[in-house]
Design a protein around this ligand. Structure first.
Ligand SMILES: Nc1ncnc2c1ncn2[C@@H]1O[C@H](COP(=O)(O)OP(=O)(O)OP(=O)(O)O)[C@@H](O)[C@H]1O
Ligand SMILES: [Mg+2]
Length: 381
């Protein structure tokens, strides 16, 4: 959905704000940029909707090189929550949220309905109470929420958010994080999100981009970043506390890997068997017609189905799975110890999120051992 190709930005005074950024943000993905102040996060966002243009490289949105698109149209289709909130002080809350709908020439009634809906979503209820206030009549956290709502008003496909929850208390922050994740899942929005807060990043991101002095240091899922930090900078950023806090009660998400082989219900067992054998896998995941997890199949069962002309459904294993909301590493270990087959991880809607395998646990263990060794060496010298 958004692709950065060798993107660099050198400001007029010679500051290299972004240095050769390469990144692909998939449709429906929530990517979080994190890194110390001045590492180029805001500049990266600004280049995405052409508030700044790269000095070299290019950015594609939906396949189009954005320098070829009309700037105004591009910005209308990309929601942007700026770092300083940026509400218009002389406009009411409703007017602020309604800016982009107005540009899209929505009917007043439709805009009004949408404003109410958004205010309710952000817990600013009843909407009547807040709609006609000016920004200065709101608390800092409430203003920040309006800034977020404004970017969501017309449900753009791409949303850029620059530290949108910075000024919120922990509870509102948690609520809005959940809302955002829910929105992303339901509506498949592509979101690029900037934060200073590693806990926030680990919680909401599909993919985290850790930057330092304009350069990308590591890109990975929260689990990969925690399980296999590439260097000391990343380790320090995540914090020793968080790294050594990983234990049997940690969420299973930490070691989740992408499912390499996924079939649909209507695939023929014979074809699945061929692919399993070609790739050397023992099992695969199966999705139903709507794309939700239906079960898994083992190679032995697929062989049986193929031989006896059974349907895929008849050999599907449906009870071996871990719910992402509350499964722990301990649960995974117990199940893997029982049968050495990848375990699918699903959410409450039965969406397949990934797999847990022996390999994931092994990687985590290796990196912990490495860290311990490094610590002992530090201590000894
Ligand atoms: N308009 C500008 N002209 C010159 N230098 C700039 C300009 N805007 C930003 N910079 C510099 O570019 C670098 C990256 O800035 P950027 O705003 O992208 O950082 P950031 O990662 O968003 O930081 P923060 O976490 O503090 O918001 C910094 O060194 C900053 O001083
Ligand atoms: Mg910034």
């Amino acid at each position: 959905m958004v692709i950065f190709e060798n993107v660099s930005k050198v400001y007029d005074d010679g500051t290299v704000a972004v240095d050769n950024l390469n990144l692909e943000v998939g449709k429906g993905e929530l990517v979080v940029f994190i890194g110390p102040s001045g590492c180029g996060k805001t500049t990266s966002l600004k280049m995405t909707n052409r508030l700044e243009d790269p000095s070299s490289g290019r950015i594609l949105v939906n396949g189009d090189d954005i320098t070829r698109l009309n700037k105004v149209k591009l910005r209308r289709n990309i929601g942007y929550v700026i770092q300083q909130i940026g509400l218009f002080p002389h406009m009411t809350v409703a007017e602020n949220i309604g800016i982009v709908p107005r540009l899209f020439k929505w009917q007043q009634k439709k805009t009004g309905k949408r404003v109410d809906e958004l205010l309710e979503m952000a817990g600013l209820v009843p909407p009547m109470k807040y709609k006609y206030r000016l920004p200065e009549q709101l608390s800092g956290g409430q203003q920040q929420r309006i800034g977020v709502l404004r970017a969501l008003a017309v449900e753009p496909q791409v949303i850029l958010m620059d530290e949108p929850f910075g000024a919120l208390d922990p509870i509102s922050r948690d609520n809005l994080q959940n809302e955002l994740m829910d929105l992303q899942r339901r509506l498949k929005k592509t979101i690029i999100f900037v934060t200073h807060d590693i806990d926030e990043a680990l919680k909401i991101a599909d993919k985290i981009v850790i930057m330092r002095r304009g350069k990308v240091v590591q890109i990975g899922t929260p689990a990969e970043i925690q399980g296999q930090p590439v260097n000391d900078f990343v380790k320090d950023f995540i914090g020793q506390d968080r790294l050594s806090a990983i234990d049997a009660d940690s969420p299973v998400k930490m070691i989740m890997e992408e499912a390499p082989l996924v079939f649909k219900m209507d695939h023929k067992p014979g074809r699945i068997l061929d692919e399993l054998e070609d790739l050397g896998y023992d099992s695969a995941q199966v999705l139903d017609r709507n794309g939700y997890w239906a079960g898994m199949v083992t190679i032995a069962q697929v062989k049986r189905a193929s031989r006896r002309k059974l349907s895929l459904k008849q050999v599907l294993k449906v009870d071996r799975k871990l719910p992402v909301e509350d499964a722990t590493l301990r649960d995974a270990a117990v199940m893997l110890d029982d049968i050495d087959l990848p375990i699918p991880v699903v959410d409450k809607d039965k969406k397949l999120l990934g797999l847990v395998t022996h390999n994931g646990i092994a990687k985590l263990t290796v990196s912990r051992l490495q860290r311990q060794t490094a610590k002992q060496e530090e201590g000894g010298s």
